[in-house]
Design a protein around this ligand. Structure first.
Ligand code: NAG
Ligand code: NAG
Length: 447
C-alpha cells in the first residue's frame, strides 16, 4: 500500500482563517525513493473534448459551492472553465469505452444500459439520451456485484450519478486489473458530451464513492467504504512503479497519459520537485466531521516571476526579494488539475499579472474571469517550483472563449486554493509519484 489515507497522516499545519472554507494541509510521508523516469509504452492518448456543460468533478463542485460565499466577487464558474475535458480509451471486461480522465476524483464508473436519466433542469425522469453519455455498459461475464454497497456521487450543481458497486476487469494504457471495484451507474442527472460513457479517477482512495447499504439517500461520509482506485491496484498488484505522468499538449491531440513512467517526448532533463500535500477542505457550512471528505493532488510553490519581477519566497534566499508580498497574498498551496482549464492564482498575483497584459486584462464579474483583447501581448509568466522557474508560453495565457473576446489564462483564486490547470500543464511534463509522495515537473517547450 503506497497511498496514505487521511487517518495515518501527520498533521503539519492547520490554517484557520476567519473566512471559510478551512484548509487542513497534510503531508504524506514517502514510502520509497522517487521512481526513475523510465520511458514507458504504457500510454494512452488524451482526446480533447469540448463540452457545453459542466461535468462532475469534486474540484469544480467545490469551487462552485465556495463561490456562493466568496468575498472576492467571483460569480458563477466561467464558461471556459467547463469547456473541455480529456477522454481516454479504457476497457471494462471486453468492451472498450471512452471515459473522462480526472485526477480530482478516484472512482472508475460507467453508465449502464437502461439507466434512469433525470433532467438537470426540471428534476423529472426523462429519456436516456438527455444525459448524453456515449455507448452504455452492460454487465459482462467478468462483472461481480458486491452486495450491500451502493455507489453515489453528487455535486453541488445538481449533477449526480448513483448505482451499484462490483468487481470488473479494467484495462487502461495496456495495464490490466482483474478485480477492480467499479461503479455501475443506474441513475444519473448528467450533462454529457455524447462520447464519454463514464469516468476514470486517478485520485487518492479517500475520494472513492462507495457507501454501506443499498439506499443512496442514506449515504453520508460516515457510511463511506473506502476502496483502492484503479491506479492504486495497479501498484499493489506490482504491475507498475507508483508513478503516472501527464504530457498535456496544445491542439486537437490533447496529449498523453503514461502509467509507470513517462511518455517518449522531448523535455528538459531538469525536474522541479515538490512534495504532495493532501489538501483537505471543509466545505462551507459543513460540520467538522466532513472535513476529510475532499483531497486533491496539491503541492507548494515558491512564487512567481511576472515580467521579470519575482513575487514569493525564493528557495534559499528568502530576504533577497524586493517584490515580495506577504505569504498569504502569494498563497503557495496549489492543486494540480488537468480538469481545470485556467491558472487560479492568489488574487494579488492574478491582479498584477492581468494588469501587465498589453492592453491590460479586466476583471469581468459576469464572467468571473479577466477579459482580454485576443491580440493582446501577455506578460512573461513563470511559476517557481523548488527554485526552478517554469515559464508559460504566452500563447497559453490568452484563451479563446469562442465569443467576440478572449479570456486571460490567469484568474483569481478568491478564497479557494490556487490551481495549476491546463494553461500551466501544457508547458510541462508532470510526474505524479505516489511512492515518493511528490510531483516533478520538467519544462517542455519544443512542440
Ligand atoms: C447520495 O445521494 C443522495 C440522493 O439520492 C444525496 O442526497 C446524498 O447527498 C448522496 N450522498 C453522498 C455522500 O454523496
Ligand atoms: C523515443 O522516440 C525516438 C524518436 O521517435 C526513438 O528514436 C526512440 O527509440 C524512442 N525511445 C524509446 C525508449 O522508445
Amino acid at each position: 500500500m503506497y497511498i496514505v489515507t487521511a487517518a495515518a497522516l501527520p498533521l503539519l499545519a492547520l490554517e484557520t482563517a476567519a473566512s471559510q472554507p478551512h484548509y487542513t494541509i497534510y503531508k504524506p510521508t514517502a514510502k520509497q525513493a522517487a521512481s526513475p523516469h523510465v520511458i514507458t509504452t504504457n500510454t494512452v492518448n488524451l482526446e480533447r473534448q469540448l463540452i457545453k456543460n459542466s461535468r462532475t468533478s469534486f474540484l469544480s463542485a467545490f469551487r462552485k459551492r465556495q463561490e456562493v460565499k466568496g468575498t472576492s466577487g467571483t460569480a458563477n464558474l466561467i464558461a471556459v472553465e467547463n469547456s473541455q475535458e480529456f477522454l481516454v480509451a479504457v476497457e471494462f471486461g471486453k468492451q472498450t469505452f471512452k471515459a473522462i480522465l480526472d485526477t480530482g476524483s478516484s472512482d472508475s464508473w460507467l453508465a449502464e444500459k437502461g439507466f434512469q436519466c433525470t433532467d438537470l433542469d426540471t428534476g423529472f425522469v426523462t429519456s436516456e439520451s438527455t444525459c448524453m453519455f456515449g455507448p452504455l455498459y452492460s454487465k459482462s461475464a467478468t462483472f461481480n456485484q458486491i452486495p450491500d454497497l451502493n455507489f453515489n456521487i453528487s455535486c453541488g450543481d445538481g449533477e449526480a450519478v448513483a448505482g451499484i458497486v462490483g468487481y470488473e476487469q479494467v484495462t487502461l494504457a495496456g495495464i490490466n486489473v482483474i478485480n477492480q471495484e467499479i461503479g455501475v451507474v443506474d441513475t444519473a442527472a448528467w450533462a454529457g458530451d455524447e462520447t464519454a460513457s463514464g469516468l476514470i479517477g486517478l485520485g487518492f482512495p479517500s475520494l472513492t464513492s462507495a457507501f454501506k447499504g443499498t439506499n443512496p439517500a442514506a449515504d453520508s461520509p460516515d457510511t463511506q467504504v473506502e476502496y483502492n482506485p484503479l491506479f492504486t491496484n495497479m501498484i499493489t498488484e506490482g504491475k507498475v512503479t507508483p508513478v503516472f505522468s501527464l504530457a498535456i499538449s496544445r491542439g486537437a491531440n490533447g496529449g498523453t497519459l503514461a502509467i509507470g513512467g513517462v511518455p517518449n517526448i522531448t523535455h528538459s532533463p531538469n525536474f522541479a520537485t515538490s512534495p504532495f500535500q493532501i489538501l483537505q477542505v471543509q466545505p462551507v457550512g459543513a460540520s467538522p466531521e466532513t472535513q476529510t471528505q475532499l483531497s486533491f493532488y496539491s503541492i507548494t510553490i515558491q512564487g512567481f516571476q511576472i515580467a521579470g519581477d519575482y513575487f514569493g519566497q525564493p528557495v534559499g534566499n528568502p530576504s533577497a526579494n524586493p517584490s515580495a508580498m506577504p505569504d498569504e497574498l502569494v498563497r503557495e498551496q496549489v492543486i494540480v488539475d488537468s480538469g481545470t482549464t485556467l491558472l487560479y492564482l492568489a488574487d494579488s498575483i492574478s491582479g498584477v499579472a492581468n494588469e501587465l497584459f498589453d492592453p491590460p486584462a479586466f476583471y469581468d464579474f459576469e464572467q468571473g474571469a479577466y477579459v482580454v483583447d485576443c491580440q493582446a501581448t501577455p506578460p512573461s509568466l513563470g511559476v517557481d517550483i523548488d527554485g526552478q522557474i517554469l515559464f508559460i508560453n504566452p500563447q497559453d495565457l490568452i484563451v479563446d472563449s469562442s465569443e467576440s473576446y478572449c479570456i486571460s489564462g490567469i484568474v483569481d483564486a478568491g478564497q479557494g486554493p490556487g490551481i495549476l490547470g491546463d494553461v500551466f500543464l501544457k508547458n510541462v511534463l508532470a510526474v505524479f509519484d505516489l511512492g515518493a509522495s511528490e510531483m516533478r515537473f520538467a519544462a517542455r517547450e519544443d512542440y
